[in-house]
Design a protein. Structure first.
Length: 325
């Protein structure tokens, strides 16, 4: 529903909204990750909300929407650090908006407003989110927030997380690099079991039509952004904010790290769909959406652990050499 709302505000057409939302529902990774209830599920949800309200702000100018964007940024960051990448994208979008509508006094007033809702409020949410840690350490009540023990607990956890992630040098058979995610080259496998001529797997990778179709939509966004299309720039910045940080990260990574970026691939397709609709090619949009649904049905067994004949997995579903079925 949140994705549909954002699409509706961007493109207006119920047909485009329904098709793009259906494609997101048919995405393999979206289904696999949320079905397993991984933490990325919640991070992506709050990324969607923070971008929805930022879009409402830059198109409507209401500070309430900007405040809500900051609020959901804070909740998302308290779920997973990758939401900080999304926050960087929001900062770029906000800055571009003000460069186009610059007025000195209004700009600095808005800066102060953003310090409150994108720095102070998120920091408070993040700090308070460690309440269960405090309870597990024997602290009780809201008074724990004002103790040095609680503050040290939060600080020590940040140090541990950073040192852990920066120090990961392990190898993994299903790891992949950011450039492999763009082409869906190496899924991550959560479960694998062979039987007598059968196989059962749970894999996480992007629906190929979404992955490759969305990738082809990005140059369209780039061209339209160059032509000063505000929506195209908004979507392009959102996508790049989720991908570019991983270019510089050397630690072990997996395709599920691309999950947040797939949200913007869906939105990029929505943008292209809208242009096709305006030129009378809505039938192509329907056909592409239906094809996504067909692929979801076709690959459903390898997303859920359903036991299938090994020949079906190897001869029908193994499209690329590194797809581990």
């Amino acid at each position: 529903p949140v994705l549909y709302t954002l699409l509706k505000r961007m493109f207006g057409s119920a047909d485009i909204c329904a098709c793009a939302t259906a494609i997101f529902a048919f995405d393999f990774m979206h289904f696999a990750q949320t079905r397993l209830a991984t933490i990325d599920t919640y991070a992506v949800f709050f990324i969607l909300l923070m971008y929805l309200f930022m879009y409402m702000y830059i198109t409507g100018g209401r500070k309430r929407d900007l405040a809500l964007s900051g609020l959901f940024f804070g909740i998302g960051a308290a779920c997973k650090w990758t939401c900080f990448y999304a926050g960087a994208g929001l900062a770029v979008i906000w800055l571009v908006h003000w460069l186009r509508n610059f007025e000195v006094k209004a700009f600095f007033r808005n800066c102060a407003f953003c310090v409150v809702f994108f720095v102070i409020v998120p920091a408070a949410i993040y700090y308070m989110s460690y309440y269960p840690y405090g309870q597990a350490s024997g602290m009780h009540g809201v008074g724990m927030y004002f103790t040095s023990d609680y503050a040290n607990l939060v600080l020590d956890n940040q140090k541990f997380m950073f040192s852990y992630h920066s120090g990961v040098h392990a190898e993994h058979p299903y790891s992949s690099r950011w450039w492999q995610w763009l082409l869906d080259l190496r899924p991550i496998l959560y479960y694998l079991s062979y039987g007598d001529g059968t196989v059962s797997t749970i894999g996480a990778f992007v629906n190929p039509l979404l992955c490759w179709g969305g990738l082809l939509a990005l140059p369209v966004l780039a061209y339209r952004a160059w032509k000063r299309d505000r929506t195209a720039l908004f979507l392009l910045v959102g996508y790049l904010a989720q991908v570019l940080p991983w270019v510089f990260i050397s630690r072990l990574t997996f395709e599920y790290h691309y999950f947040a970026a797939t949200l913007f691939l869906v939105l990029a397709l929505g943008y292209v769909f809208d242009r096709l609709r305006r030129h009378g090619y809505l039938g192509i949009v329907y056909a592409f959406t239906a094809a996504n649904g067909v692929l979801f049905a076709l690959f459903y067994p390898v997303l859920t652990g359903v036991t299938i004949p090994r020949d079906y997995a190897w001869n029908v579903l193994k499209w690329l050499p590194d797809w581990p079925f």
